[in-house]
Design a protein around this ligand. Structure first.
Ligand code: NAD
Length: 502
């Protein structure tokens, strides 16, 4: 069966009308074989404006539905996702090229956030705060915010939307989603799965959760609309640089989840077997196309010659190939442009004095599919392309002598998403996690940079954008806070002892 037929079969099973992915102008492809999987009708900017208006109306009704009842919708959504897990996971593999366990893992992440959000629907707590005025009470409440515009990237085509949507819905918001133009079929599938939950739920307002298929112009319609209270944008720092000032200009809110250039430090006391496995998954998993992919490694001089040759060997032997037909651990890059970027960065690294092991195209017989052998590059120091995120499986390795210098080099790049230290020395790990350590939103010890759980807040600092999604108290980003002071006395004392007697 061709992949376009396989995709059509899944979409039909999930209830997506064929007209939603045939006869249109947006061509979708599978990176697995390079074949075209659909031609989707695209939303116009006018259609986006209408969708936002409908979502605004839906918000007005949804905000008054008690939060635990809103949680019931998300509970049903989680049930539908459990039922659709195998199909959706396979569609993620077809459309994003992930190996099956990673495709399924992404859907599991959607289920996990639903579970989390259902619990949260009974825990949208505000504080009661001591007041200095007698006979007064002060408290804060968290209220729904409005329409949430979600713009997402190709590499987590379904999970990122669900992180935002599950939280936004229990928080009382409506959602309009602009998925990546490189992964529109999975977006249609998600929309159909949520619609099943909405049908079972019964009385949710029309337009509560919508999807707009299209490119940057459709995303821009969300960004510029004063009726979109929050833009949650996931993608490159380049995109964030365009989106953030536009949202700021209209005093809208942003959650930015942008690029990463994630580093790690391997200390003299590291468990090298564990380090090898963690780095191999972190750097080569998902063909290096995770925002949290391990891209830089600082290895202490005393363990460099033990670890790095073993890593090079792993890079030479890792299986690269069609993730749907073989048991390969590394699947394809998303497209030719991604492969060309990888080759360009490797050439620049070489010119900067790096020794390149690996890289180059792996022939799978599919002319329009781009499989690359992951590359490990020994650099004389941190410089050149190592300073930037190349969205491909390249790991730069640098030898270090002094721990503080390694932390400084680790923090010297513009992005600040994920980081890790491999050590069994308490002093080193605590230093890495301290205020003077890693400057990233995620800092790990003895695990890789990728593979976060939904329970923690997810996001990064500096050019990663500062946003937080998913667990912990990230829900607060989807609500507005009202501070309320109530006077139940017969007096009117003013704060700070101010007198104003008329
Ligand atoms: P991209 O920036 O090319 O596109 C992301 C989304 O932004 C797409 O939906 C695109 O249509 C939209 N977009 C682009 N320009 C826009 C504009 N001017 N206005 C409105 N919308 C616009 O990113 P990509 O290639 O799909 O994904 C890879 C990048 O995403 C990497 O840099 C990766 O690190 C990053 N990423 C970050 C996270 C995170 O949580 N920090 C997660 C996944 C991916």
């Amino acid at each position: 069966m061709t992949l376009s037929n396989a995709a059509a079969e899944i979409l039909s099973k999930l209830g997506v009308d064929q007209a939603a992915y045939t006869g249109g102008t947006l061509a979708s492809f599978s990176p697995v074989t390079g074949e075209q999987t659909g031609a989707l009708p695209e939303a116009t900017v006018e259609a986006a404006t209408t969708a936002i208006a409908t979502a605004k109306q839906a918000f007005k009704a949804w905000r008054m539905v008690p939060a635990p009842r809103r949680g019931e919708l998300v509970r049903l959504f989680g049930e539908e996702l459990r039922a659709a897990k195998d199909d959706l996971g396979r569609l993620v593999s077809i459309e994003a090229g992930k190996i099956p366990s990673e495709g399924l893992g992404e859907v599991q992440e959607m289920i996990d956030i639903c579970d989390f959000a259902v619990g949260l629907s009974r825990q949208l707590y505000g504080l009661t705060i001591a007041t200095e005025r007698p006979g007064h009470r002060m408290m804060e409440q968290w209220h729904p915010l409005g329409v949430v515009g979600v713009i997402s990237a190709f590499n987590f085509p379904v999970a990122v939307w669900s992180w935002n949507t599950a939280l936004a819905l229990v928080c009382g918001n409506s959602v309009v989603w602009k998925p990546s133009e490189k992964s529109p079929l999975t977006a249609l599938a998600c929309d159909a799965i949520l619609k099943r939950a909405l049908a079972r739920f019964g009385d949710a307002p029309e337009g509560l959760a919508q999807v707009l298929i299209g490119g940057a112009d459709v995303g821009n319609a969300l960004v510029e609309s004063p009726d979109v209270a929050l833009i949650s944008a996931t993608g490159s720092t380049r995109m964030g640089r365009i989106v953030a000032p536009k949202v700021a200009a209209r005093f809208g809110r942003c959650i930015l989840e942008l690029g990463g250039n994630n580093g790690g430090i391997v200390c003299p006391s590291a468990d090298l077997d564990m380090t090898l496995r963690a780095v191999a998954f972190g750097a080569m998993g998902t063909a290096g196309q995770r925002c949290t992919t391990q891209r830089r490694l600082f290895v202490h001089e005393t363990v460099y010659d033990d670890l790095v040759p073993r890593l090079i060997k792993a890079y030479e032997s890792v299986s690269v190939g069609n993730p749907l037909e073989t048991s390969a651990l590394v699947g394809p890059l998303i497209d030719k442009a991604a492969f060309d970027n990888m080759e360009k960065s490797l050439a620049e690294a070489k010119a900067a004095g790096g020794t390149v092991h690996g890289g180059g195209r792996v022939d799978t017989g599919a002319e329009n599919a781009y499989y690359a052998r992951p590359a490990i590059v020994e650099m004389p120091s941190q410089c050149g392309p190592m300073m930037e995120e190349t969205f491909a499986p390249i790991l730069y390795v640098v030898k270090y002598t002094d721990f503080e210098d390694a932390i400084e080099a680790h923090n010297a790049v513009a992005a600040g998403l994920s980081s890790t230290i491999f050590t069994t020395d308490l002093r080193e790990s605590e230093m890495f996690l301290s205020a003077a350590g890693s400057d990233c939103g995620i800092a790990n010890v003895n695990i890789g940079t990728s593979g976060a759980e939904i329970g923690g807040a997810f996001g990064g600092e500096k050019e990663t954008g500062g946003g937080r999604e998913s667990g912990s108290d990230a829900w607060k980003g989807y609500m507005r806070r009202a501070t309320n002071t109530i006077n139940y006395s017969r007096e009117l004392p003013l704060a700070q002892g101010v007198k104003f007697d008329i």
